[in-house]
Ligand binder design. Sequence first.
Ligand code: AMP
Length: 424
Amino acid sequence: MSFNSLGLSDALLKAINKKGYDTPSPIQQKAIPPILEGKDVLASAQTGTGKTAGFTLPLLQILSEGTTKRHRPVRALILTPTRELAAQIFENVKEYSEFLDIKSAVIFGGVNQKPQAATLKRGVDVLVATPGRLLDLCNQNILSLASVEIFVLDEADRMLDMGFVRDIERIIKLIPKKRQNLMFSATFSKDIKKLANGILTYPISVEATPENTTVEVIQQKVYRVAKAKKTELIIKLISEGNWQQVLVFTRTKHGANNLTKKMISSGITAAAIHGNKSQGARTKALEGFKNGSIRVMVATDIAARGLDIPLLPHVINFEIPNISEDYVHRIGRTGRAGASGEALSLVSADETSFLTDIQKLIGMKIPIEIVEGFEPDPNASTEPIKQGGARNRSPRGGGSNRSSKSSTKSSASNSGRRTRDRRN
Ligand code: AMP
């Protein structure tokens, strides 16, 4: 199948060509035709599947075929959970609309709102936004959503995890009832289905799993290790393996900072990326990581979510996640584009139950290795580590752009599922 056969306009085909894509990805093949027909679409797809182009291309086509009002009110709203994802989608929208008369903008929290307000005033057709800042600007009457024709909810599962459900409900009230809705989510829990029921009308369901996140093709290994020896072991593995591009996950922001410092003092270029870092610092870290000047990027789950990093040979879980699905998301970052990848997890005694849950979820036992001199402590307790008091409570996405006053209930505590550490 080619992009030509999907019914996209010449201007979009030109932009696609410029990006160098030859074939639409499965999610693009499945989602683009019904979106172009004006249908609501519920898509199961995560980062790496080409989902962004899957909704952006038809959205741009629909807008470019409609009438543009002189003052350019927002006609398409794309809601995403994190700043990084918002920035990436905006980049994509800009690239795909290069040959169209479409204006786009991105707004997210954590940065001065003035330039964003000025951009909005000049008129914007496509707005990419995180919920908190969007509501802030609407509440100040800087932004109106009364002309929205297409509403996209991206990474809906992560939105719920981050406690954005109330914000989404508020936003829905600000957009016209008659609109086209597109919802993307990597997982489909009861809460996601409930959310979808409240938003979408007779949706077409499409799904695609990224080729490379099938866990079987990723070489996984668990290093059983004493907790106190983890830092030394990770430095040894990276140094002796001479690994040049490694994404490391830690459970907390504090842990990410600490580990980054220790890497740097051992002569490994590293940067941390998490919710407490400024947008500028995150962008710089990501750029350095992509261009090879930074060997190790240490990230928390929420900060890493949606990062567009093309090919990663190594992913290391410095701590394994307490939410098993996060493990699958994390290791899905290795072996992209068909290349082989390695996902390593350093597991101390207190993480044993998390490992058991992960193995249950992926349906396989991960091979275990023990490095001489780094043996697990036989006397260590296997009691699970405390989750910063967050267990069974509403998780707060530290990577979010929201102020602390707007905490809402989340879906993650549903069905006994563990909640993400609030220090993430
Ligand atoms: P996404 O899942 O939207 O985050 O996209 C993942 C990556 O795939 C991005 O780097 C896109 O630029 C790239 N991509 C999207 N569609 C295609 C395609 N049809 N062919 C090749 N690469 C693509």
